[in-house]
Design a protein around this ligand. Structure first.
Ligand SMILES: [Zn+2]
Length: 146
């Protein structure tokens, strides 16, 4: 008899193929844990990337990262904030993670994204800022693969 390799599992796996080392339940469990870990790693990497983007944007506009994350309104702060979120979104980062990184709720981020998209279409200066920042970010790829 061949028994599942998982600790504390005594399931008979003789009827499975020769390459099978764990029973069906243990294989499922293992796959579940692995996918959960992958998901978690991706989440952390994406949140870290938002922070990188945010710091580059803050530096470009000459404002501090604390201010960019704050609840302060006014164009001087909200534009860079929204732009950082917009660039994050362009890189494929989930809105939920942008919201976590920026300490905002999802609907606020969504509203900001809509608003900045419109502004970018109308404001050539901001569009230029966007281009310069994204070029700069090209060179700063996250060490954690997203
Ligand atoms: Zn098992």
């Amino acid at each position: 008899m061949k028994v599942c390799e998982t600790e504390n599992c005594e399931s008979d796996i003789s009827h499975y193929g020769r390459n099978k080392k764990t029973c069906e339940d243990c294989t499922k469990e293992k796959n579940f844990i692995e996918s959960r870990e992958r998901y978690r790693a991706q989440k952390l990497a994406q949140i870290a990337r938002v922070r990188v983007i945010r710091s580059v944007v803050a530096e470009y506009f000459g404002i501090s990262e604390e201010i960019i994350c704050s609840r302060k309104k006014g164009r001087i702060i909200s534009r860079p904030r929204q732009l950082a979120q917009y660039i994050s979104r362009e890189e494929g980062i989930k809105i939920a993670y942008i919201a976590i990184a920026c300490n905002k709720d999802r609907s606020t981020v969504q509203e900001g994204l809509k608003s900045i998209k419109k502004t970018l279409e109308e404001d050539t200066h901001l569009a230029m800022d966007h281009k310069i920042i994204t070029d700069q970010l090209e060179g700063i790829k996250c060490t954690n693969k997203i």
